[in-house]
Design a protein around this ligand. Structure first.
Ligand SMILES: NC(=O)c1ccc[n+]([C@@H]2O[C@H](COP(=O)([O-])OP(=O)(O)OC[C@H]3O[C@@H](n4cnc5c(N)ncnc54)[C@H](O)[C@@H]3O)[C@@H](O)[C@H]2O)c1
Ligand SMILES: [Zn+2]
Ligand SMILES: [Zn+2]
Length: 346
């Protein structure tokens, strides 16, 4: 199969002919039709993920068609239109039994622990647990975005932060994940303040439903916090770091009103990150981690998308071929483009 691969961290990304993946006994091989580029792919390429082995095929935001099924699979057949979350479970551990496959004790992640979806084919084990159906009226291009950033936004806001209608939500970083946060927040009736350094990202956030936008000045976090607190009448109920930056995380906490909830969605490479703990205590704030979402929750997310008429085309700024990936990685590293870039030609 044709696949994008790197042989060393931060090394060249090349398109090569690699062996097709073998189908796991209880898994499927998916013919990939679309795969989105996420900042977590950069995080992994930079060598920050200790679970990874080389050479590596990145890509974890996938949509496609089942090409082959193992003998132990009962829910899927060749030809089914599917997607899968990037955080897959074993189906047998305590976490999986509790419905939390996204934090499975034996988790695996296509594009991280295993070869991913910047390739013609990608294997997913324990497919009855980890694969989700794509509705006929959802394109592969839009379906791929669900596999990481939309599911993460849904779980972060609805399950973890318990965001409700009428509350103020501040979203720091309005790239792929942040735009999904804006969409989910608006869909459930929250008032969203979008924060970014990039005017293009803020325009996309406004189109996606943000009620207000704030241009962040990375050298003056106090001004960003002040602007969000003014707009929200004293602080947001929920605030999210959707970038992965220590200063942004701390500013997100500072943007909250009393008993507000900070959600840390952006990945941080440092082992320790300083947050204003005195403020967390004095204002009785909550600090919540969040990691993807399990396949079992897709139907409720699909329902929200359909019920509120969420327009996923607002997320995708560019489609491209596998050969364009090296340049797209560089563009993302330099914050050179807004929205989500999706590979649709393999
Ligand atoms: N927890 C999870 O399950 C999960 C899932 C998906 C992604 N992630 C992480 O979420 C983060 C975002 O991923 P993405 O693909 O949306 O990234 P992205 O590159 O598409 O978006 C980042 C955005 O942040 C903006 N930005 C840069 N500096 C800023 C600053 N100082 N203040 C405010 N905004 C700033 C950029 O302009 C850009 O719009 C990454 O850390 C990624 O690894 C985590
Ligand atoms: Zn991702
Ligand atoms: Zn498990």
């Amino acid at each position: 199969m044709r696949a994008a691969v790197y042989h060393e961290f931060n090394g060249p990304i090349t398109v090569e002919d690699l062996p097709d993946p073998a189908v796991p006994d209880d898994g499927v091989v998916i013919e990939i039709r679309a795969s989105g580029l996420c900042r977590s792919d950069l995080f992994a390429w930079h060598g920050h993920d200790p679970t990874m082995a080389l050479p590596h095929v990145p890509g974890h935001e996938l949509a496609g068609v089942v090409a082959e099924t193992g003998p132990g699979v009962s829910r899927w057949s060749a030809g089914d239109r599917v997607t899968a979350p990037f955080c897959c479970g074993c189906g047998a551990c305590e976490q999986c039994h509790a419905g939390n496959e996204q934090i499975c004790d034996n988790y695996f992640q296509p594009g991280f622990t295993h070869w991913g979806s910047f390739a013609r084919y990608c294997a997913i084990a324990h497919a009855d647990v980890n694969v989700a159906s794509l509705p006929e009226d959802l394109s592969f291009e839009h379906g791929s975005v669900l596999g990481c950033r939309m599911i993460t936004a849904y779980r972060a806001l609805i399950e973890r932060a318990r965001l409700s209608s009428g509350e103020w939500l501040a979203v720091h970083g309005c790239g792929g994940l942040g735009l999904c946060m804006v969409m989910v927040g608006s869909a459930v009736g929250a008032r969203v303040v979008a924060v970014d350094i990039d005017g293009g990202a803020l325009e996309m956030a406004a189109a996606a439903g943000a009620a207000a936008t704030v241009t962040a000045d990375p050298d003056n976090g106090r001004a960003t916090v002040g602007a969000v607190r003014d707009i929200t009448g004293g602080g947001a109920h929920v605030s999210v770091d959707a970038l992965g930056n220590a200063e942004v995380a701390a500013n997100s906490v500072r943007c909250l009103r009393k008993q507000g909830r900070h959600v840390q969605a952006g990945l941080l490479a440092a082992r320790a990150t300083e947050l204003p703990v005195a403020t967390i205590i004095a204002k009785e704030l909550e600090v919540l981690g969040t990691k993807g979402m399990s396949a079992r929750q897709y139907p409720e997310l699909m329902h929200l998308i359909a019920r509120t008429g969420m327009d996923l085309s607002l997320l995708v700024s560019r489609t491209m071929g596998l050969d364009d990936l090296p340049e797209a990685f560089d563009t993302m590293a330099g914050f050179g483009a807004s929205g989500v870039a999706v590979v649709t030609e393999f």
